[in-house]
Design a protein around this ligand. Structure first.
Ligand code: GRF
Length: 213
């Protein structure tokens, strides 16, 4: 596959992030906090969700960031939802779209609107344990290292090219909750670091391999 380069060197203007959330939004909060520093090089220009009433949307509102909600059930089919979500996100002209606990798979229209620029953070060391229950499956499998993966979304479930990974130990007395929290702490740090590098230094995708800077 041909190598493609993303990002530009104009560091003076903060790069625009649109963040998609479904839940508590702690990853979103980490990005909002990082974006307060001008040196970080990015601004969250909008937060989108697939449901109302989440802490993630509250965090965005508290930070003064515009929000929008696009629920699948409000559309005649998934294609219409995908088209409207695409149009809405595109209206903010994002440099990077970040799925941070967004519990929906975006469709072909969305993926082709933001090629190489739609990224997702997942709470397992992919390709192990894709899907909704990464920490639980890691615990059940008895692995000694768990973690989080940041990747570029493709049409599969947690299958895209990997940008960054971070590992945490699995302790003997872990429950799904304790392991999930340990992963999330590492995940937030990784997200902030990797997104910062992407917006400041750009990135290149060569087949399955992603290079920052
Ligand atoms: C993250 O651990 C992500 O990997 C998973 O859902 C969690 C979202 O957490 N898909 P939050 O909403 O950012 O707190």
């Amino acid at each position: 596959m041909t190598s493609r380069n993303y990002g530009s060197s104009s560091a003076a203007v903060p790069k625009k992030l649109v963040v998609l959330v479904s839940g508590s939004g702690s990853n979103l909060q980490a990005l909002l906090d990082a974006c307060r520093e001008p040196e970080y090089g990015a601004a969250v220009v909008a937060v989108g969700a697939d449901r109302d009433g989440t802490l993630g949307l509250e965090r965005a509102a508290a930070a003064g960031v515009p929000t929008f909600v696009r629920k699948v059930r409000d559309y005649s089919d998934r294609e219409q939802w995908d088209a409207d979500l695409t149009e809405t996100v595109a209206s903010f002209e994002p440099d990077l779209v970040v799925s941070a606990g967004f519990l929906k798979l975006c469709g072909p229209r969305f993926l082709s609107a933001f090629p190489g620029r739609y990224i997702n953070t997942h709470n397992s060391l992919l390709p192990a344990f894709p899907g909704m229950n990464g920490p639980g499956e890691a615990l059940a499998a008895g692995v000694k290292l768990a973690g989080a993966t940041l990747f570029i979304c493709d049409s599969g479930v947690d299958t895209g090219p990997i940008i960054a990974q971070t590992a945490v130990p699995v302790e003997d007395d872990d429950t799904v909750d304790t392991l999930t929290e340990r992963i999330k702490e590492a995940e937030r740090g990784q997200l902030v670091t990797a997104v910062g590098r992407m917006v400041r230094d750009g990135w290149a995708v060569d087949g399955r391999r992603v290079r920052l800077g």
